[in-house]
Design a protein around this ligand. Structure first.
Ligand code: 13P
Length: 256
């Protein structure tokens, strides 16, 4: 089943707006939850409130990050053990964390392994910077990120593993990756995942596209043969816009 995730990032700034947005998304998304796995990924303080809104609707909840240890003296961190039971998914290795918080491939690998061991699904983000794209080194960068991030993964993790290809230069910029570039990179990701956990298991790992996805351009990505959905930032803060993305995805996959 395709997966479409709403990464709200550090928005909205108050609980009332967060709950309204969750209700707005739910009112449309629940009608498609048989055909598209929809995941809302709010900031940590809004997780409990949003989980109550989603209740047993079929729309899933995710966290934007987690630490690799389960408990202890790690001020400010949130562990997979704390998220387990409330969230079904967690994003790790988002480029904004890599850029602003110095998150390394090694940290991403530890977070991925720890979250999977807590039975959370992991959406691991990879993607090249504009400099890499311009220099033609996207493939090397992305394959190194995938290899490093999956260092401790095995075939058993495949159903709970999602890789989001988000070219950093396309995030929040309104610049979309050319679908041909997105397709070639997703094909590379599938190949590298296969080298890490076996080709059969790699086919079960879903690959998403992310970076300025909106209701007008989503079709060109979700139509790509290897694309299993989208990771949406800015457009997920507008319930109607996000609902439209879910609807288009459901239609495209309904015709496959
Ligand atoms: P935008 O959709 O705002 O470009 O963000 C993409 C993203 O980073 C999702 O994780």
């Amino acid at each position: 089943m395709p997966l479409v995730a709403a990464n709200w990032k550090m928005n909205p700034t108050n609980i009332d707006d967060a709950l309204d947005l969750a209700r707005g998304i739910l009112s449309v998304a629940r009608g498609h939850s048989e055909r598209v796995e929809v995941v809302i990924v709010p900031p940590f303080p809004w997780l409990i409130g949003v989980s109550e809104v989603l209740d047993s609707s079929g729309v899933k909840l995710g966290a934007q990050d987690c630490f690799w240890e389960m408990s202890g003296a790690y001020t400010g961190e949130v562990s997979p053990a704390m998220l387990k039971g409330m969230c079904q998914w967690v994003i790790v290795g988002h480029s904004e964390r890599r850029l602003y918080l110095g998150e390394t491939d090694d940290m991403v690998a530890k977070k991925t392994a720890s979250a999977l061991s807590s039975e959370l699904g992991v959406i691991m983000c990879v993607g090249e910077l504009a400099d890499h794209y311009d220099a033609g080194t996207s493939d090397q960068v992305v394959s190194a990120q995938v290899k490093a991030g999956l260092a401790s993964c095995s075939a058993d993790d495949s159903a709970r593993l999602v890789i989001a290809y988000e070219p950093v230069w396309a995030i929040g910029t309104g610049k979309n990756a050319d679908p041909e570039h997105a397709y070639r990179t997703m094909r590379l990701i599938r190949k590298v995942v296969g080298e890490m956990i076996g080709a059969g298991a790699a086919r079960k790992v879903r690959i998403l596209y992310g970076g300025s996805v909106n209701s007008k351009n989503v079709q060109q990505y979700v139509e790509l043969p290897l694309c299993d959905g989208a990771l949406v930032g800015g457009a997920s803060l507008d319930a109607d816009e996000f609902a439209h993305i879910v609807k288009v995805t459901a239609e495209v996959y309904g015709h496959r």
